[in-house]
Write a protein that binds this ligand. Sequence first.
Ligand SMILES: Nc1ncnc2c1ncn2[C@@H]1O[C@H](COP(=O)(O)OP(=O)(O)OP(=O)(O)O)[C@@H](O)[C@H]1O
Length: 259
Amino acid sequence: MNDVITTEALAKHYGRVHAVDGLDLQVRRGEIYGFLGRNGAGKTTTIRMLLGLIKPTSGTVRVFGEPIGTDQEWLRRVGFLVESATAYPNLAVRENLELHRRLTGAAHSATETVIERLGLTEYADRRAGRLSLGNKQRLSLARALLHSPELLILDEPANALDPAGIVEVRGLLRELANSGVTVFMSSHILAEVAHLADRIGIVHDGRLVEEASRNELAARARAYVRDSFTADEREQALLTADLERYFLARTGDTDPKEL
Ligand SMILES: Nc1ncnc2c1ncn2[C@@H]1O[C@H](COP(=O)(O)OP(=O)(O)OP(=O)(O)O)[C@@H](O)[C@H]1O
């Protein structure tokens, strides 16, 4: 059993709104799966069902090969970040993490390790409520990672991060995947998953409309753009990417080649 997440005909209906509408997903061990869709496509609703926070209208969810049920043991093996960053605003970064460490029974050293890993060292004693949005997001990611989960379920992990932060988080997720952690991440921005995900599933109106490896999807996209856009339009798109690289080169020490 190599699938870490499997859903079959998964659906969630809110009256007439079919937020998720017959979703078959297989996320393999050790891969980074990019779950890509526009606003309202059904990403968060899917993630809520994967975590057992809401009940499907129909269909099944299996995590680590087992249906998610009343036994919450499997949740210990999962790290998650759902919607916007959350933390106790009046507790310091370190205190927030320490609390989570105790709750999850993670090793003593885990708090300092994630503080360093997420670049939060200089903010460790600052109250979470006073952090910038980007650092709040780092704190949420730190909390998701603290107990060394085997599976990370991340809803829009790059939210609020600046381009340099996105590159850093991307490096971190790649490192984790290389060490065997499975990552399921949602996004509405292709660029965010295009350089990172091993496989990409495109969700629209609660259904999977396309699923492919990154290379396959890139090849399909190139063929589509070549056939459907003028040379000028293609040049405009390249200009945006070049400007982003130039911006990174001028404003920090992130290597624009990592983009
Ligand atoms: N509790 C709810 N009651 C009614 N409709 C809901 C509820 N939750 C989600 N929806 C609807 O289901 C659809 C999918 O929402 P969902 O939040 O899963 O999308 P999303 O892909 O995560 O979008 P976003 O990127 O904007 O967060 C939307 O039309 C949304 O309005």
